[in-house]
Each structure stands twice: as structure tokens, then as C-alpha cells.
Ligand binder design. Structure first.
Ligand SMILES: Nc1ncnc2c1ncn2[C@@H]1O[C@H](COP(=O)(O)OP(=O)(O)OP(=O)(O)O)[C@@H](O)[C@H]1O
Ligand SMILES: [Mg+2]
Length: 296
């Protein structure tokens, strides 16, 4: 079976500087999270996959359809936020959703019904009849997301979907994404929030210097940066420092025996690496070769 998203040797440069330097990736389905430092090229990749930007070379297919040559077909299969299905500031939230639903071919009654459903699930009922121009940033983002879900898409692109959302809206969005994925939608998201990737993603990839430097489940990625570490914890619960534990038998005892007298009363905790640790380690240029080995 073909992957839902198939990316082959995709390249994009700006002013002679490669931003995507030959990306090859197949995504079967589920929730895929793309991580990477600012400027890594995440939005560029999402723009290409959602037909908004034509790549310099290479190809990408969504459910077998080429994003350049079959852009119109691809647009019917995907949902995306903040871009071509753009929200009209002069219209109310409800009017925007009804208009988009009509443009997508729903009848007048069904369009109104769908708008109501979405206004309800994004808790926008109170603001529904106010102009979007007067919405707060978070409300604006929720309308934008609602617009991308007027017709449930086969593939949904979310570029940093929860940036600027308050905690309640954020967890509601997480639940929506999980539900969409459970219903069979493939979600391709970018995020800077590693807890978000940890909570939602079946698979995570890290983009750095134009290449995918790590790709796998959260467990696989955290496994790359090593096993548990022994951490000395202060009375406030904050880590004071990581203990250097020799790998030999009795290593921990030896490390404890070597503690500074002032540190003797402190607690030692064994901590597993988190996705944060993996991200920091994997995107640190000096350590990349050691950690990714075959991938680098
Ligand atoms: N239209 C453009 N013209 C020139 N350079 C661009 C253009 N779009 C993006 N870039 C550059 O390409 C690089 C990647 O940008 P991109 O927006 O894809 O990164 P990103 O990973 O989404 O970053 P962020 O985490 O900040 O959103 C950046 O160095 C950016 O300055
Ligand atoms: Mg971006």
C-alpha cells in the first residue's frame, strides 16, 4: 500500500541556501509530528505538502496525488489552517464557516448545521455573531481550525496549532486531534512543544539543517539519548546536577561516596530522558554525529 504522504528527495533553497536538502519520508497515517529549531524549514515543508509552495525539485504525493501536478485534487483531500481557506475579517465567525461550507458544496441547511456544530465544539458560540476582525488571537485560531474541519479531511496539516492558545483551548484541541486520528484522518503537525508531540504523535521526526536527523516513536527517540541518569535533587525538587555514574557494578555507590559533603543530604532520583532531552541532544550540532550514527 502507498503511504498516505510520500516525500521523495524534496529540495528547496532560498537565495542559494538550502532549507530542505533532500527530504525523503513516507507517512502511513496516524499523527506525525515534525519538530525542529526555529528556521529549520518546518513551515516550508508544510507549505509544499499543502500545495502552497512549489518545491525546487523532488516530489511529494498525498494519497498518490502529486502536490504540484495534481494540486487541485490534493486540495480536496487535505485540511490546512491559516492559508488559502482564509478567514474574512469583515464577516462573523458563523458567516465565515457557513461561507466555507457553501464553497465546499454543502447545501444551505447543511452548511448552517455544520457551522453550528463547529462553533459548538470550538466553544465559539458566544462570539459566533461578532466579526472575526474583533476576535482575540486564540479565538481567531480556533475559527481557523474549525474552517479546516468543515469537511473532515483525509490529511490535516497543522503548523504549530496550539501556539497562543490558553491551556483549556489547547487540551480541547489535543482531544480533537486525537479524535480525528481515531476516525482515520492522517495528521501532519509541527510543534515547538515537546509535550504536545509526546501526547499526540505516533511518530516524531526532527528536522535540522535541511535534513531529518531523527525519526521514530517518542520512545525510540528518547532511547537514542541514553538510559536513565542519576540526578541529585535539591530540597526544592529542582535538579542540582547529574551524577557521573560509572557503568561498572557498584557504580552508583561509588558516585554517592564521591559526593561533596554539602550534597550528602540531597535526594538522588533516577530520571529517564524525555523528548526534551532528545530534542536538545539531537539538535546540538556538536553531538549529532555520536547520537544519530547511521542517520547522520
Ligand atoms: N519566502 C522566503 N524567502 C526567503 N527565505 C525564506 C522564505 N521562507 C522561509 N525562508 C527561510 O527559510 C528558513 C526556514 O523557514 P521556515 O519558516 O520553514 O522555518 P520553521 O522551521 O517553520 O521555523 P519556525 O519554528 O520559526 O516556524 C528560514 O531561514 C527562513 O528565513
Ligand atoms: Mg514555522
Amino acid at each position: 500500500m502507498n503511504p498516505t504522504i510520500e516525500i521523495t528527495d524534496l529540495r528547496q533553497s532560498y537565495g542559494g541556501r538550502p532549507v530542505l536538502d533532500g527530504i525523503t519520508l513516507g507517512i502511513e497515517g496516524g499523527v506525525f509530528a515534525l519538530l525542529g529549531p526555529n528556521g529549520a524549514g518546518k513551515t516550508t515543508l508544510v507549505s509544499i505538502l499543502s500545495t502552497l509552495l512549489r518545491p525546487d525539485s523532488g516530489s511529494a504525493r498525498i494519497l498518490g496525488h502529486d502536490v504540484v501536478r495534481e494540486a487541485a485534487t490534493v486540495r480536496r483531500l487535505i485540511g490546512t489552517t491559516g492559508q488559502y481557506a482564509s478567514i474574512d475579517e469583515a464577516l462573523t465567525g458563523r458567516e465565515n464557516l457557513v461561507m466555507i461550507a457553501r464553497l465546499l458544496g454543502l447545501g444551505a441547511r447543511r452548511a448552517k448545521q455544520r457551522a453550528d456544530e463547529l462553533l459548538g465544539s470550538f466553544e465559539l458560540e458566544d462570539a459566533a455573531d461578532r466579526r472575526v476582525g474583533g476576535y482575540s488571537g486564540g479565538m481567531r485560531r480556533r475559527v481557523d481550525l474549525a474552517a479546516s474541519l468543515v469537511l473532515p479531511p483525509a490529511v490535516l496539516f497543522l503548523d504549530e496549532p496550539t501556539t497562543g492558545l490558553d491551556p483549556a483551548s489547547r487540551s480541547r484541541l489535543w482531544a480533537d486531534v486525537a479524535q480525528l486520528a481515531a476516525d482515520g484522518c492522517c495528521v501532519f503537525m509541527t510543534t515547538q512543544m515537546l509535550d504536545e508531540a509526546e501526547a499526540l504523535a505516533d511518530r516524531v521526526a526532527i528536522l535540522q539543517d535541511g535534513a531529518i536527523v531523527a525519526d521514530g516513536t517518542v520512545a525510540e527517540l528518547t532511547g537514542l539519548v541514553g538510559e536513565e541518569t542519576a540526578v541529585l535533587v535539591g530540597r526544592d525538587g529542582e535538579a542540582v546536577r547529574t551524577l557521573d555514574v560509572p557503568s561498572s557494578a557498584g557504580g552508583l555507590a561509588a558516585a554517592l561516596a564521591g559526593l561533596d559533603p554539602a550534597e550528602r543530604g540531597l535526594r538522588v532520583e533516577l530520571r529517564r530522558p524525555t523528548l526534551d532531552d532528545a530534542f536538545i541532544a539531537l539538535t546540538r550540532r556538536d553531538h549529532r554525529l555520536d547520537l544519530t550514527g547511521a542517520a547522520a
